[in-house]
Design a protein around this ligand. Structure first.
Ligand SMILES: [Zn+2]
Length: 284
């Protein structure tokens, strides 16, 4: 269905965009997980397109835009983010990201990183894939990898200790999952401003989790589609999951905001939660 629908939706989106462009100073955060070898051509094409149109920004530029600073490159720039800390992310950073000079966000789970290979494989299925699918040979990056990424200008963010769904936990457990990961990241690397909650959908976060996140971090990235700009609450940042296995027109639609109208209610709910959360950042 995506094959037939995407070109139609894409044309419709271009028409709407011409009439109602994204607010000035907007940027998007693109969301990826493990990038398999078979997905590399699609990822390379996307990266090349963004770089050619001067639309690739790093975390520092995104933070500056959230503070109201203008971006002098192409229209609607994109920040790349990678969730879960898969080992393939390190390979990508050393090859395609380095080739295009892209600086990205990598969200990791210190509790899963500490597991031995077999237990980590099981935890990838149970916790990251929510019990779906079978274990394979994929593994997660280690601390050396994260130090290497940091040395090359990338930013490491908190993705909870063990990749549990925060809305299934008590406030005390939420505090443990968010706070302990923040503490470990801070002691092994340095305190990070960035957090991404697990699973990314509107039912996977609540106001008490956001309050806990705000105690340790400045920015919380969701998985809810939309543009980011200075009027968006820093705890309610939007992101676009880009399925690299989908048809090219569908990928463009996702990355350019063509699916945004479908997420209006989720964005409103997320904003309401962010404004309810007790915003009291403290050092970790
Ligand atoms: Zn995740």
């Amino acid at each position: 269905m995506r094959n037939r629908l995407a070109p139609l939706l894409w044309s419709a989106h271009r028409l709407v965009r011409a009439v109602r462009p994204a607010p000035a100073g907007s940027f998007r955060i693109l969301l990826f997980h493990d990038v398999a070898e078979t997905d590399l051509p699609a990822f390379a094409a996307l990266l090349s397109h963004l770089a050619d149109s001067r639309r690739l920004i790093g975390p520092a530029e995104a933070e500056a835009m959230l503070a109201g600073n203008a971006w002098n490159g192409g229209r609607l720039p994109c920040l790349l983010s990678f969730d879960d800390g898969f080992a393939s992310n390190r390979v990508l950073a050393d090859t395609l990201l380095a080739e295009y000079g892209a600086r990205a966000l990598f969200f990791v789970c210190p509790g899963l990183m500490a597991l031995d290979h077999d237990r980590q494989r099981q935890a990838i299925v149970a916790n990251i894939h929510d019990g779906k699918g079978a274990a394979d040979d994929r593994s997660l990056m280690g601390w050396d990898d994260l130090e290497h990424l940091r040395a090359h200008g990338h930013v490491i963010g908190n993705h909870t200790m063990d990749h549990l769904r925060l809305t299934r936990l008590t406030p005390a457990q939420q505090a443990e999952q968010v706070g302990e990961a923040a503490r470990i990241l801070s002691s092994r690397l340095e305190a990070t401003d960035w957090f991404a909650y697990t699973f990314g959908d509107i039912d996977s976060v609540d106001a008490s989790a956001l309050s806990e996140i705000a105690r340790h971090h400045r920015f919380c990235r969701s998985g809810i589609r939309g543009a980011n700009h200075r009027a968006v609450h820093p705890l309610a940042l939007r992101a676009d999951h880009v399925d690299l296995a989908s048809p090219p027109a569908w990928r463009s639609l996702a990355a350019e905001g063509g699916l945004d109208p479908l997420y209006r209610h989720q964005r409103a709910r997320l904003d309401a939660m962010a404004y309810t959360a007790q915003y009291s950042p403290t050092s970790v």
